[in-house]
Design a protein around this ligand. Structure first.
Ligand code: NAD
Length: 457
């Protein structure tokens, strides 16, 4: 195989876009191409105004756009030119047929593999960046090398970036994981990818292993993270019933060095495009391998997360005198976490839907995610309105429900908000993000998560 000169990424989404931007910045001697079937997305990238929000992304893109990073809609030509191809297409949960609701939908992945096959006139390295079930690379390898033709090596290189901190995570990853076959050609391909990352990642942080362990490690890492959130959330109801304070419990638990303090924040639970999908994918793999106990164990992580959203709404109904009919509820935050406009699987989606089922009038505010929120709730019609101004959103509301811990929401003038609400005014803090004592002193009835409520007599 000739030395690598051109690197292509298929799929310019939350992973493909930032990853190529960082690589192009750190590896100026390579030419990077990005393609996507979504023409609007490509146009936005090409204009220098990325279609996704990530702190630092726009500035970095400005440095390398049309220098050594190029966007193209001509995927066939890009495949022909590229020596190494990252595949970063979406792999959502299957909604139909076998494994519906659990397994990964690999249709985009397979279509991409067949497109690469049809255009690969030279040997190439294909790198699986999408999160996929164990043994996907093996299936892809068979498709790509079926019927002869130039040899294509398939590597697994799962991405661990988190939205909201994608650029920092890519620049300073905890580890880079590369899985590949233990054959002479496989080892050469692995070494080529290692030397790309070694431009900015210390060698000791680049782990190499077999493909299957690499694929499973990605699912396992997300399952562990999701499990920590569900574990702390599984204690919140008990805290509320007994008068214990989940923040203090988490502090004491997390100071144990074997456990550590991160990902122990109680709240309405995890969202995002990955955690639920990847845990369910693991459940499906366990089930299909005849391991029902392991499957049940991991499924409960997702069940607990869904229950936390329902419990939040149950608490709202019961605290607001057992009826939400015609009550204005201001939802502060719709993104699945701060510093992103992404709303995929955001707890806010199901919480807003449940509030509308109770016939509340819901008004949603968010600094970045309102366009996505409008799409997510389009079918609810006039039961939900959207307002970029949180003060305006809360005007005439019976309650504020804080669902995303945006820094902006810590800085608001809650006295002003309180004065314009229907009394008694309630605040449900689904992220424990605010100063509850201060809110209580202003006059709010305050309902944190996993802590005793502060209620005026
Ligand atoms: N979002 C995250 O935080 C994150 C983190 C780590 C891993 N991942 C994984 O990375 C993968 C991609 O996730 P994402 O969040 O970037 O998804 P995304 O939906 O934001 O991006 C995927 C892109 O692929 C494009 N695409 C689909 N089929 C295509 C085709 N045949 N040719 C060209 N483009 C095509 C889509 O139009 C879309 O723009 C998933 O497997 C996901 O699980 C995501």
């Amino acid at each position: 195989m000739k030395p690598i000169q051109t690197i292509l990424c298929i799929g310019a989404g939350y992973v493909g876009g930032p990853t190529m931007v960082v690589m192009a910045d750190r590896c100026p001697e390579y030419r990077f191409l990005l393609t996507d079937i979504n023409a609007d997305r490509l146009r936005a990238w090409q204009s220098g105004d990325p279609p996704i929000y990530e702190p630092g992304l726009k500035e970095l893109l400005a440095r390398i756009l049309n220098r050594n990073l190029f966007f193209t809609s001509d995927a066939d030509a890009a495949i022909e030119e590229a020596d190494l191809i990252f595949v970063s297409v979406n792999t959502p949960t299957k909604t139909f047929g076998q494994g519906a609701g659990l397994a990964a939908d690999l249709q985009y992945w397979e279509k991409t593999a067949r497109q690469i096959k049809s255009r690969a006139h030279q040997p190439k390295i294909v790198v699986e960046k999408s999160t996929v079930p164990v043994r996907t690379a093996e299936a892809m390898e068979r498709i790509l090398n079926a019927g002869g033709g130039p040899r294509i090596e398939v590597l697994s290189n799962p991405e661990f970036l988190a939205e909201g901190t994608a650029i920092r995570d890519l620049l300073e990853p905890d580890r880079v994981l590369i899985g590949g076959p233990n054959t002479p050609a496989g080892r050469t391909a692995i070494e080529a990818l290692v030397s790309l990352y070694a431009h900015w990642v210390p060698r000791e942080k680049i782990l190499t292993m077999d493909v299957w362990s690499s694929e499973l490690a990605k699912l396992a890492a997300n399952a562990f993270l999701a499990q920590r959130i569900s574990s702390i959330n599984a204690l919140t109801g008990l805290c509320e019933m007994t008068g214990a304070d989940i923040t203090r419990v988490a502090l004491a638990v997390g100071m144990d060095r074997r456990i550590g303090p991160r990902f122990l924040e109680a709240g309405v639970g995890f969202g995002g495009s990955c955690f639920q999908k990847d845990v369910l994918n693991l459940v499906y793999l366990c089930e299909s391998q005849g391991l029902p106990d392991a499957a049940r164990y991991w499924r409960q992580v997702v069940e607990m997360n869904l229950e936390q959203r329902r419990r939040f709404v149950r608490q709202m109904v019961s605290r607001l005198f057992n009826t939400l009919v015609d009550k204005r509820i201001a939802v502060f935050g719709f993104a699945f976490k701060p510093d992103t406009g992404d709303t995929r699987e955001s707890p806010a989606i199901s919480i807003c839907r449940q509030l509308v089922e109770e016939r509340a009038r819901v008004v949603v505010t968010d600094p970045r995610a309102l366009p996505n929120a409008q799409r997510d709730l389009a079918d609810l019609g006039s039961a939900v309105t959207f307002d970029p101004d949180p003060y305006h959103a809360a005007e005439g509301a019976h309650a504020v429900a804080l669902l995303t811990a945006w820094e902006e929401y810590r800085q608001l003038d809650y006295r002003r908000i309180f004065q314009n609400m229907v009394q008694p005014a309630s605040l449900f803090d689904g992220r424990n993000a605010l100063d509850h004592q201060q809110l209580f002193e202003i006059g709010f009835n305050v309902y944190p998560t996993g802590k005793p409520p502060l209620i005026h007599d």
